[in-house]
Design a protein around this ligand. Structure first.
Ligand code: ARG
Length: 459
């Protein structure tokens, strides 16, 4: 049975019917669809558009349908055109004529825009919680390793000393901004389109505000044409999700590097690594690699949404049915990634010795050594040059700046004295970087406190 049967003399071709159907994707919005219909029916009765008993029958019928779907008593028909059609047809089947009044003053165009907004609001809430959990796991790890010296990199070359805690908190900052972007997009999406009808609203005296507040929206959309043709919110969310994936995939890449034999800064828990079918020695970071790989899907979803919407004339076009598959896939993928990623982070073992060894070998205290000479009155450029000579000497003699004899130091510049060893000690190099935002352990602890307070307020 089709909702739009009256005008047609022939049944829809089976292939066209299957092609047209979106039930496989939109059936997951059944709860929102029913909630929207209940709010609409209650409002119709309050406004005197349908009778009170009819509204009650509709609301009872819809609640029964939802209960039966949730208990497994009622199966969603895979051949239905979409979830809106399925629910309405079921309702009319169960309660008779009253069911036929539900769609008064409504179109599937404002209905689907409503369901999607409601569903995405719910997904945003779940994802937000997952991000908060990840940030909190990062704070815990960072606290433990606030003083663990590791080389910081530029161009993947050892550059300057930081701590593992500081490095982890860099990611915490990214995920905090991700939550901000989600909240921002979600806030703009938080208005009810119901009452916009197919595109030109309706002649019935609907109370749009009542429906909106009933459904937990902060307001209503302001233009009926825009309300049914806008999918900006899905695109904004897909963009925010893409950035989450950018951050996760950069992190994943570092995890892959860090657990390679070349680095061995961390070891993944056995529960979050896999073996090889042929090489018995292998312990592979598959979870991190898959997270890195799945970023591609989410970027693809964003591209799909942009491309679907581009060039569409106002208002609703069937092309827009494609929106759900893309945005749901983006959410599902990010959530799936976070589900595995956070416990993987929680269970990593950190090899602080290897980090320190790598930090000691890379001349990452060369800037500090130059700053030492600046402290003795030498201009920075001259100091830079003198230390450059020293680094070359160290490489030639197989020394580090910590082990190079004082005579060699003096040969490069007469200003060097015994206290240079203190100046190039890695712990000191890190401790001295206490400018706000820097890696000094006390700073890192301060940053962790700030982030913990922030996410406490976000919950
Ligand atoms: N399944 C449709 C979608 O997801 C619902 C809206 C249908 N509206 C219409 N005018 N055909 O977009």
């Amino acid at each position: 049975m089709k909702l739009w049967e009256g005008r047609f003399k022939k049944q829809l071709d089976k292939k066209a019917d299957d092609f047209n159907s979106s039930i496989a994707v939109d059936s997951r919005m059944v709860k929102e669809d029913i909630a929207g219909s209940i709010a609409h029916a209650a409002m119709l009765a309050k406004q005197g558009i349908i009778a009170q008993q009819e509204a009650e029958a509709i609301i009872d019928g819809l609640s029964g349908i939802l209960a039966d779907i949730q208990s497994g008593k009622l199966e969603i028909d895979a051949d239905a055109e979409d979830i809106h059609t399925f629910v309405e047809a079921k309702l009319t089947g169960r309660i008779g004529d009253a069911g036929k009044r539900l769609h008064t003053g409504r179109s599937r165009n404002d209905q689907v825009a409503l369901d999607l907004r409601l569903h995405l609001k719910k997904l945003c809430g779940t994802l937000r919680g997952q991000l908060i959990d990840l940030i909190s796991a990062l704070c815990d790890k960072a606290e433990k390793y606030a003083g663990a010296v590791m080389p910081g990199y530029t161009h993947l070359q050892r550059a300057q000393p930081v701590t593992f805690g500081h490095h982890l908190m860099a990611y915490a900052e990214m995920f905090i901004r991700d939550i901000g972007r989600l909240d921002d997009a979600c806030g703009r999406m938080d208005v009810s389109p119901l009452g916009s009808g197919a595109l030109a609203s309706t002649t019935y005296p609907l109370d749009r505000g009542a429906v909106a507040s009933d459904l937990g929206f902060t307001g209503v959309t302001h233009n009926s044409i825009d309300a049914v043709s806008d999918r900006d919110f899905a695109i904004e969310l897909a963009s925010a999700l893409s950035l989450v994936m950018v951050h996760l995939s950069r992190f994943a890449e570092e995890i892959v590097l860090w657990c390679s034999w070349e680095f061995k800064f961390i070891e993944l828990d056995d529960a979050f690594s896999t073996g090889s079918s042929i090489m018995p020695q292998k312990k592979n970071p598959d979870i991190a690699e898959l997270v890195r790989g799945k970023s591609g899907r989410v970027f693809g979803d964003l591209m799909a949404l942009l491309t679907v919407m581009k060039g569409l004339p106002l208002a609703y076009n069937k092309d827009m049915q494609e929106d759900k598959e893309a945005i749901f896939d983006a959410f599902d993928t990010v959530m799936l990634c976070l589900d595995a990623f956070t416990p993987m982070i929680e269970t990593i073992r950190v090899n602080t010795q290897n980090m320190r060894r790598a930090a000691a070998e890379g001349f990452i205290n060369a800037t500090d050594c130059a700053d030492y000479l600046v402290g003795k009155g030498l201009p920075f450029r001259d100091a830079y040059k003198a230390v450059g000579t020293l680094v070359a000497l160290c490489i030639e003699k197989g020394h580090t700046l910590e082990s190079l004899p004082i005579e060699d130091y003096k040969s490069a510049c007469g200003l060097f004295e015994d206290d240079v060893y203190q100046a190039v000690s890695l712990d000191r190099c890190v401790e001295m970087r206490k400018v706000y935002g820097g890696p000094a352990p006390e700073n890192v602890r301060g940053q962790i406190d700030r982030v913990r307070e922030l996410i406490g307020g976000l919950k």
